[in-house]
Design a protein around this ligand. Sequence first.
Ligand SMILES: *[C@@H]1O[C@H](CO)[C@@H](O)[C@H](O)[C@H]1NC(C)=O
Ligand SMILES: *[C@@H]1O[C@H](CO)[C@@H](O)[C@H](O)[C@H]1NC(C)=O
Length: 387
Amino acid sequence: MTIGKVSLLFLVSMIGKSVGFSVGGTFLSAAQKAALEETAAAVATPGKGITACDEGPGTIGARFEAVGIENTEENRRLYRQMLFEAEGCENYLSAAILDPETLYQRSDSGLLFPEVLSKKGIVPGIKPHLKIYTLPGTNGDTVMQGLDSLAVRCKEYYDAGARFAKWRSPLVIDMAKGCPTDLAIRANMHDLARYALICQSEGLMPIVEPDISLSGSHTLEEAVDVNIRVQSELFKAMIDHGVYMAGSTLKPNIVNPGKNCPVNYSVEEIAEANIFVFEQSFPVAMKGCNYLSGGQDLATAAARLSAINQANKKGPWNLSFSWSQALQLPLLDLCKGEDELQLEKMSKLYIEELKIAGASAKGEYKWAKGDGDHVGTKKEALEPVAA
Ligand SMILES: *[C@@H]1O[C@H](CO)[C@@H](O)[C@H](O)[C@H]1NC(C)=O
Ligand SMILES: *[C@@H]1O[C@H](CO)[C@@H](O)[C@H](O)[C@H]1NC(C)=O
């Protein structure tokens, strides 16, 4: 009797598993869902993170020219080749985000870069958004363009070997001006949700990136408030759009006080703020997040990521990095005063940096005292003294 009841319950729960629970991804086959989920799990591999090198030719060019390197397609190719082929980088990298130009370039070996990456177990991905656009009538709030042509481009990128995409929606906190406005939060998070939906239908695992800038003078408490508003709007929009949550991951900013915030915060307080934000609304259906660096240098970003992982006692998510400038600016500094890319020196330093990043993603990086703390800016330092 009891045995019969138990097995009936078991049967009902099995049926529930196969036919029910379809809140998102109803437009996807079981195989498509499994593929997206597999990519999300690979990107969220514990202790590994993402090398973000999706700067367009103009942005990377400005960084090259700042250290005296000519901005040619060949230099861009050589530089990205180093980022992908540095010996042992696959021990710390789960994924790489590429600019469309890089997706179609080849390594010296003759292989296309997505093939080079896939062979090393690094998932190749793409940045499919276009240029930023200022919303008229707001105090400078923006949206990202590129949704109209997205499906066609996603198809091309998938065929070229990309398996995920990343769309960045930047927002700026300015408490005095009331930014970001509710309108800007809604518009940007809905765009991210629509982007995610389109990506999934084309086979690309979407990384959603709400990027709240480090600039400003807001406190950590104010940042927590804005981050919760932004993230809860994002996840609600994704669910409303029917995005398959388990087949997507998050690339958020580290929740920080503004760069010019006058109040001091320890790295542990910053870590706690980040976990608090996630506890409010980050779905556990999503496998993980890879924080952006957004102007924090490597020592700061690594200390904060390591502290966040140490503070993450309850969350099931794998919390790691998706860094561009924090990794790349020190590499480019090695080229100062030289005429050419110092590829060998750069690749050695890059591996040292990745070791630090990988340890932070496990909460094992031991930061130097003071690293990752926010030291309040004195008010006098901010306002020019009237002559
Ligand atoms: C984090 O990674 C581990 C190892 O791959 C995995 O077992 C776990 O499910 C991941 N967390 C989530 C929320 O997927
Ligand atoms: C903030 O930190 C700095 C550097 O550690 C210290 O000099 C300053 O006194 C601190 N300010 C406050 C209000 O504690």
